[in-house]
Design a binder for this molecule. Structure first.
Ligand code: ZN
Length: 159
């Protein structure tokens, strides 16, 4: 069986940046995703297309094939008073906000006086991504998984 549209693919992976620092990994349990449903970054999904159980690959992605380039228009500065429901706001905190496009994560990049600078870019936007990947298993997705657009069960989204 090959990694292709409507299959659940389980992988072990390590993600490093251009400096070789580990940013993320699958950890103790393989990570499972629904192929063709944009569960993972586009370049990684493309590289896995047609791969089989046991295959290992190195995937080096430019930001455009990963989390996209950084976009300055996603930076904003707001008055601290607008965030007064959040106690002790400080640099490095991540905040969730409900927007018309869904839940968005903002990182607090600066707090000066009564102003707070928020960055709505994905933390990995603008970064080169270097994945080491091993395909652990591939199976057909269930109709419920296809309907939801994500994987159920071990390594998946919810149970
Ligand atoms: Zn579901």
């Amino acid at each position: 069986m090959q990694a292709s549209q409507d299959h659940v693919v389980s992988i072990e992976y390590t993600l490093k940046n251009a400096q070789g620092e580990v940013l993320d990994s699958s950890g103790d349990q393989p990570f499972s995703y629904l192929h063709g449903a944009q569960n993972i970054v586009p370049g990684l999904e493309k590289a896995l297309e047609g791969k089989a159980k046991g295959d290992q690959l190195e995937v080096n992605l430019k930001p455009e094939e990963g989390y996209g380039p950084r976009r300055d228009e996603l930076m904003s500065t707001v008055d601290k008073s607008e965030l007064d429901q959040i106690p002790n706001i400080e640099e490095g905190m991540q905040l969730q906000a409900q927007t018309p496009q869904g839940i968005q994560i903002f990182t607090v990049t600066e707090v000066t006086g009564d102003k707070v600078t928020l960055d709505g870019n994905h933390p990995l936007a603008g970064h080169d991504l270097n994945f080491s990947v091993k395909v652990i298993d591939i199976r057909k997705a269930t109709s419920e998984e296809l309907e939801h657009g994500h994987v159920h069960g071990p390594g998946g989204h919810h149970h």
